[in-house]
Design a protein. Structure first.
Length: 500
């Protein structure tokens, strides 16, 4: 699913109006109805609902929502925040219609006009929407502040008032902090930015049948991976396949005290459909690996505690494997750096690079050019910062991400809530699965195993990253259902992996 910017959303509304065709006021009615359907389902019986409306189309939505909720016997109070002399046409139309059915509309011009809001009330925020062009000030700012201080449940229409759709807000901005955002048709870029968590709450999409052809043709670098997008990428298993059909992966992982990382990664790799797996680990991990992951072959390093790349056991060179995954728990010993230095120039097929392998790259940036094209790098934000620089806001971080992926022709998975997969073409796919239960040691090692398995099976690297991140998050969601987000561990995520 695409994510469009504020200008495109405006053009999409216009395109729907012209091409469906539909009168603007009827499109607003459709949006209000979609919101109301969601609202009635979520709040079947509220004792009191206060709707705050601005003077633009977001406010127009609010007035239409008020009328539709009144028809459904909801107790409604409407407050129009009168911050400017002019209202939008569709606002005025809905204002006239609402006046016919409501006893009284309240107008908020001064701070004294802002009503007290109690804890058992629901507030619907329709003050400003995607038309926001400057920070909220004056009476809008005061009203937003009062709503935020109130103990009520807050639902924003389309987007929290004061939050920009696709650019950074400043720290000083006053923005609604909703419990829910009900947004029209497509997600907004603002929703997936870590700094915006409290300005979005739990968000839901409602379909208002905006012009499909416009959406299909709209150019955008931003995508949101939904279940149907991910499932389309899954390869089917042939009836006459054998283990040779699904590749032989080599995983370079572990160091003294961190053999667990190798175990987790190996188990995840096997649970993600790899044909064969060899794990190269320091020799101290040999017995552990052979016991904990009997399905994998183990190549013990000649060093007991760290990876050097040397081994007494004769195996093919790394380049002969379907793919190589490197990083979980490997540490940053000089011997391990030397191994990485020797390894990279020998590889041509895309590989997976994680954790300390990324930290070694940040400390030896000349090695970045040696990465096989279309390799998948999986930094968390701190590792990404080490690879690049600090950023002033989430939008600048996205630009750094895009530029890095383009410059080195690699696929970068920037991990976190809504993990972002950046491609060498400059696209960014945000993931929709996962939960805070994944914020626990080892889940990143699991992801490395997952991605290594997909590359070994011959998935295109971009598809592997999008698909792997999606199913890793889905396994996290399943683990959270079974164990709860607090009790779940990385091992639970491995056990919850299911490719369907
Ligand atoms: N155009 C359409 O057909 C549809 C629009 N919809 C609604 O329309 C909204 C967008 O409407 P608008 O473009 O009218 O914009 P808004 O309702 O977000 O803003 C209203 C006006 O306020 C002004 N403004 C911006 N920032 C301000 C600030 N900080 N202080 C004071 N004034 C400010 C702008 O000039 C803007 O025209 C969407 O969020 C959505 O809720 C929906 O009804 C779906 C259909
Ligand atoms: N709040 C969250 N919501 C969704 N996913 C999360 C959240 N926190 C962490 N994750 C996921 O958990 C994984 C953590 O990886 P990482 O930080 O490398 O952990 P580790 O190094 O302990 O293995 C990533 O896939 C990340 O996207
Ligand atoms: K709003």
């Amino acid at each position: 699913m695409k994510i469009l910017n504020a200008d495109q959303i405006r053009a999409l509304d216009k395109s729907t109006i012209q091409n469906e065709p539909i009168a603007p006021i009827n499109l607003m009615e459709r949006a209000a109805l979609a919101f109301v359907d969601w609202f009635v389902d979520r709040f079947p019986n509220t004792t009191s609902t206060k709707i705050f409306c601005g003077l633009g189309n977001n406010g127009g939505d609010g007035l239409a929502i008020a009328r539709l909720l009144l028809e459904r016997d909801y107790p409604i109070d409407v407050y129009v925040v009168r911050y400017a002399p002019r209202e939008s046409d569709d606002f005025m139309h809905n204002h006239r219609r609402l006046k016919l059915v409501i006893e009284r509309i309240h107008y908020v011009e001064l701070t004294e006009d802002i009503p007290a809001i109690r804890h058992n009330e629901v507030v619907i925020d329709a003050i400003l929407g995607s038309g926001l062009s400057r920070p909220a000030e004056g009476i809008i700012k005061d009203t937003i502040g009062a709503i935020n201080r109130a103990p009520a449940t807050v639902v924003s229409v389309d987007i929290a008032s004061g939050l920009y759709t696709d650019q950074a807000n400043s720290q000083a901005d006053t923005i609604i902090e909703p419990d829910y955002t009900v947004t029209f048709q497509l997600p907004k870029l603002a929703f997936v930015m870590p700094k915006n968590g409290r300005y979005v709450g739990e968000w839901h999409l409602v379909d208002i049948r905006l012009h499909k052809r416009y959406i299909d043709h709209a150019p955008t670098p931003y995508y949101y991976t939904q279940p149907k997008d991910a499932r389309l990428l899954l390869h089917k298993r042939e009836r006459f396949s054998n283990k040779g059909s699904f590749g032989h992966a080599l995983l370079l992982a572990g160091s003294y005290g961190k053999i667990g990382a190798a175990v987790l990664s190996a188990r995840a790799c096997l649970r993600s459909g790899v044909g064969l797996l060899t794990v190269h680990a320091p020799s101290c991990g040999y017995t552990t690996l052979q016991t904990a992951v009997p399905e994998a072959m183990c190549r013990p390093d000649s060093n007991e505690r760290m990876l050097t790349g040397q081994s007494e056991v004769d195996t093919p060179p790394p380049a002969d494997y379907s793919t190589v995954g490197i990083g979980p728990g490997i540490g940053k010993a000089p011997e391990t750096l030397a191994m990485l230095r020797d390894l990279l120039p020998t590889l041509t097929k895309p590989m997976v690079v994680d954790a300390d392998a990324l930290n070694l790259l940040s400390e030896n940036r000349e090695l970045l050019d040696k990465l096989p094209k279309y390799s998948i790098l999986t930094p968390h934000p701190k590792e990404f910062e080490r690879l690049t620089q600090t950023w002033k806001d989430d939008y600048q971080k996205l630009e750094l991400l895009r530029n890095f992926a383009k410059k080195y022709k690699v696929v970068v998975v920037l991990k976190g809530a809504y993990s972002a997969v950046a491609t060498p073409d400059g696209d960014i796919h945000f993931n929709s699965t996962g939960n805070p239960g994944l914020s626990t040691g080892g889940t990143g090692d699991v992801l490395t195993g997952v991605l290594t398995a997909l590359l070994a099976q011959g998935y295109d690297p971009i598809e592997a990253a999008v698909l792997g991140v999606f199913f890793h998050g889905l396994a996290g969601d399943r683990a959270a259902e079974q164990r709860g987000p607090i009790g779940m561990t990385a091992s639970d995520v491995v056990d919850a992996l299911r490719w369907e």
